[in-house]
Design a protein around this ligand. Structure first.
Ligand SMILES: [Zn+2]
Length: 455
């Protein structure tokens, strides 16, 4: 595939650098449209209102569910009303995971129900519940030390939360490690720093050649209780029942809408969030909020009659949570135009006070982006860091598209992430509006740059 923006030769790099230092370095140098947008975002209540209505009307939006498809229909109608162009749903085939009924009951040393959620992709327990003695461990390393005792038992990984990136390994790979040691099922302590008896779901993986065993999360409180019981020398027995299974292949849709660029319509500034959620809570934070921030940032351009130089393409991905099907499908269907994707932005780490953006791309591009900072400074969102990590846009990064994600003060994000408590009331409208303001300034800046971002 021919790259539209080939890597620059050293001489050209030097010329680009000379050009860069002539870009606006203070807010006053930016055209008034950027300020108009930012200020309109701080005043507009429409995005937050729409998010609340979507969450309350459709609830959670699991891939494969009617609620997700109804929410997508509802969004498509409103995007057309807003005046976006090329509004459509783009089909994505997927195999849904279905939770079914599930329970986990402590049988010994006392009988009581435990707070649990099956993990996405897990097999069920079959026609009979699994009743077995538990082996509680604090980590993979501890399991390795006591693996002789794991055969026929239910391994409970009670690993305290350090960071999501680190601790999530027990959720993703716990079933494989437990099965290799001969366990009949595995349970994890929910991956989150704070708990009010609120188990967290999320995706997990099996490994070919390793027996698939049921895998579920307990609340932090219940995992700690099992640990204390074992530490006292008590025999801990639980009964696990899960109807979890893969459903029939079905289809969902990525939502796509555009503001076609006035001068460089072929160059695409992609902005995105994922419209699916887990099947608990309302998916308000993960990632309804991210979707509405991006949507509202673009809608305000329409409302103000601003027409960017490059095309703004809004994409709301489907099934991020359980397989990235929407992003993978987009990557294949749009392969021929990926070289014309100037950047891909995503918001998928909660909508809190914006701090700035993380970027993955060339050093020359990073220097160009510094030009947008003056617009972000009044919002307290001027941090521009390296290392964007959005999972959907990661699919485009693989193909060479520079990516960026919205960075927020999200220390509370993993309190609610993938739980029944991911609901609208956890979001703050002022913070939401600031996220829209920062995003609109950033995407306007990129869409208007005199030169495209070098790869
Ligand atoms: Zn998410």
């Amino acid at each position: 595939m021919k790259k539209i923006f080939p890597p620059l030769a050293p001489v050209w790099r030097a010329l680009v650098f000379i050009f860069i230092i002539t870009l606006p370095t203070s807010a006053e140098d930016w055209p008034k449209e950027a300020f108009q947008l930012r200020d309109a975002a701080l005043k507009s209540g429409k995005g937050f209102e729409r998010l609340a209505e979507m969450c309350d009307r459709f609830g959670h939006r699991m891939a494969g569910s009617k609620a997700l498809e109804d929410a997508i229909d509802w969004i498509l109608v409103r995007l057309k009303e807003d005046g976006f162009e090329n509004v459509h749903g783009e089909e994505v085939p997927l195999e849904p995971w279905i939770r079914g009924k599930e329970s986990c009951v402590l049988i010994r040393p006392v009988e009581k129900p435990l707070h649990m959620l099956g993990l996405g992709g897990s097999v069920g327990t079959g026609t009979e519940a699994i009743e077995a003695e538990c082996l509680v461990v604090r980590s993979f390393d501890e399991l390795e030390l006591v693996k002789d005792k794991a055969r026929g038992r239910i391994v409970v990984f009670n690993e305290p939360f350090t960071s999501y990136r680190t601790t999530v390994a027990i959720r993703v790979k716990g079933a494989v490690a437990a099965a290799k040691a001969g366990a009949v099922a595995s349970l994890i302590r929910s991956v989150g720093p704070i708990s009010i008896q609120s188990p967290h779901t999320g995706m997990m993986l099996y490994e070919s050649g390793v027996k698939k065993i049921p895998h579920a999360a307990l609340s932090v409180e219940d995992a700690e209780m099992l640990q204390r019981m074992q530490d006292r020398g008590e025999k801990v027995v639980v009964k696990l029942n899960m109807e979890a299974h893969q459903g029939e292949p079905t289809r969902s849709r990525n939502v796509i809408a555009e503001i076609v660029g006035r001068e460089k319509p072929e160059e695409i500034v992609l902005i995105s969030g994922h419209i699916d959620s887990w099947d608990v809570g309302q998916g308000a934070m993960d990632d309804g909020g991210g979707c509405l921030v991006m949507w509202e940032a673009a809608r305000l351009m329409k409302e103000l009659g601003l027409h960017p130089r490059r095309t703004i393409r809004l994409v709301l991905w489907t099934n991020e949570e359980n397989g990235l099907d929407g992003a993978k499908s987009y990557r294949e269907k749009h392969r021929a135009e990926l070289a014309r994707h100037v950047i891909a932005l995503e918001s998928d780490e909660g909508v809190f006070a914006p701090e700035g953006f993380n970027f993955t791309g060339s050093t020359a591009a990073m220097k160009l982006l510094q030009g947008v900072i003056p617009l972000l400074r009044p919002l307290g969102a001027e941090k521009l860091g390296l290392g964007a990590g959005g999972s959907d846009i990661g699919q485009l990064l693989m193909e060479g598209v520079p990516i960026m994600d919205l960075k927020t003060a999200n220390s509370r994000y993993f309190w609610y992430h993938h739980t029944a408590a991911d609901t609208m009331d956890k979001l703050n409208e002022t913070e939401f509006r600031k996220c829209v303001a920062a995003t609109s300034a950033m995407i306007w800046g990129i869409a208007e740059m005199p030169t495209t971002l070098p790869r």
